[in-house]
Design a protein around this ligand. Structure first.
Ligand code: UD1
Length: 421
């Protein structure tokens, strides 16, 4: 298993490009199932989760061509299976995103239930409830969601909580349903908006995306389209936390600062000097970070996917921060690993209290999820001495060539291949 070796204490300096958003690309790839025509996607990040999704789509009969340069063409004219098997779904929960499109276009779907994951239970009951409200007949059979509907019928649906992939699944189902669907309590995340914009290019009638009430008038057929995936705000936020912790002066290109309000506010509070243009962000850090307290919330609040990275910054801050994780029940697994590097963190239930220390010391650490791994890399960049981050396959799921980008910023970071000691 690959590891990262980081020699900490170097300031970051330089310019890098941010990749397309993983969480926008995943539902958008699944949206290819909604049309027999070709979908051309640009700015698709090269990530393990994208590979897994393409593999799943291929098993369903979707043909794809990876044109290089982050361009992928998908053709779902010959879909010959409606089953998303357990072996793929268990490695990536977002596989549930094929449920809505398969059911909407083919009237049938069999998708393995994802089960719990490292950061919490993460049920998909809201996806199922919404599809049932649209008239689907749904059974749970041998660990699979088995859904049938001759044609889904538009209706008003209200999810019990705000769910990102739930909103996406129901939106993809509703675009081909008969009549009007209204999604109340919908997720407002930029990735939901990006998916809606793609669906509109494919001929869907959608209004209100980006608000908590999305109105969809179903159509009989969608057609092909070309779409450029929006920038990854979490990847950009991760590099900003890295410069906040290690110090330096960096420029991020291909970003969308307008979608990062809560993240940029917190970094400014921490003392990072930020300038932003239409598609770039410059961040300078010339001081010890100030402690920043925050609670994770649905968009436009502070994202749970940035909690671990900002906590890494807080471990080095002047003062004490109080962090409340509202979205997932078990998302502090990075805390004991950061503590092994000298951080002072106390976790009780959904709250973490971080007392900043003057410096961290390098150690061998490992994480059990994607963003937790990123927080350990940030800590390693700022720590004294060597840090080894183990099990970086988590990082490869969601960050495109992270170590190369950090090297370009002057970090001393190196990938050790699986067999290295
Ligand atoms: C998506 C993101 C993930 C991010 C999360 C929250 C993708 C591929 N993943 O995950 O990176 O951390 O949003 O911003 O976009 N819930 C239920 N029942 C449901 C659905 C959700 O109880 O049917 C609960 C979840 O357990 C969680 C909360 O609702 O506590 C929010 O989850 P949700 O927004 O659905 O997360 P994901 O879409 O899985």
């Amino acid at each position: 298993m690959d590891k990262l070796l980081i020699r900490g204490g170097r300031r970051l300096k330089g310019e890098i490009a941010i990749s397309g958003a993983k969480n926008a690309a995943l539902p958008i790839l699944c949206a290819s199932l909604l049309t027999p025509d070709t979908l051309v996607l640009e700015n698709v990040p090269e990530l393990r989760d994208i590979g897994t999704t393409l593999c799943l789509l291929e098993r369903l009969g979707v043909k794809y061509r990876n044109g290089g340069g982050h361009r992928v063409e998908l053709d779902a004219s010959q879909v010959d299976s409606i089953e998303a098997p357990y072996d793929l779904v268990k490695t990536m929960r977002a596989s549930i995103l094929v449920l809505g499109p398969l059911l909407a276009r083919f009237g049938e779907a069999r998708v393995s239930l994802p089960g719990g994951c490292a950061i919490g239970q993460r049920p998909v009951d809201q996806h199922i409830k919404g599809l049932a409200a649209m008239g689907a007949e749904i059974r749970i059979e041998h660990g699979y969601v088995v859904a049938r509907a001759r044609r889904l019928k538009g209706t008003t649906m209200r999810t019990d909580m705000v769910t990102v992939t739930g909103t996406e699944n129901l939106m993809m189902a509703a675009v081909l349903a008969e009549g009007r669907s209204v999604l109340e309590n919908a997720a407002r995340e930029p990735e939901v908006v990006d998916l809606a914009e793609l669906l509109i290019k494919m001929g869907a009638h959608i209004e209100g995306h980006g608000t908590d009430r999305i109105i969809i008038d179903g159509v009989e057929r969608l057609h092909g389209a070309t779409h450029h995936i929006a920038p990854d705000r979490i990847e950009a936020g991760t590099f900003l936390c890295a410069v906040g912790a290690a110090g330096g002066d960096i420029v991020l290109r291909h970003t969308a600062a307008h979608a990062m309000g809560a993240i940029l506010d917190k970094l400014r509070e921490a003392g990072v000097e930020i300038e932003e243009g239409g598609d770039w962000i410059r961040a300078r850090m010339r001081r010890r970070p100030r402690a920043t307290s925050f609670r994770t919330l649905e968009y436009p609040g502070f994202p749970t996917d940035m909690q671990a990275q900002l906590m890494a910054l807080d471990t080095l801050a002047e003062g004490t921060s109080v962090i409340v994780e509202n979205i997932f029940e078990n998302r502090y697994m990075h805390a004991p690993e950061l503590s092994r590097m000298g951080a002072q963190i106390e976790v009780e239930g959904d709250t973490a209290v971080v007392t900043g220390v003057a410096s961290l010391s390098g150690a061998t650490v490992m994480a059990t999820d994607l963003r937790a791994s990123a927080s350990l890399v940030i800590a390693g960049l700022a720590a004294q001495g060597e840090t080894i981050v183990d099990r970086i396959y988590h990082l490869d799921r969601g960050y495109e060539r992270m170590e190369e980008k950090l090297c370009a910023l002057g970090a001393d970071i190196q990938r050790l291949s699986g067999n290295a000691p």
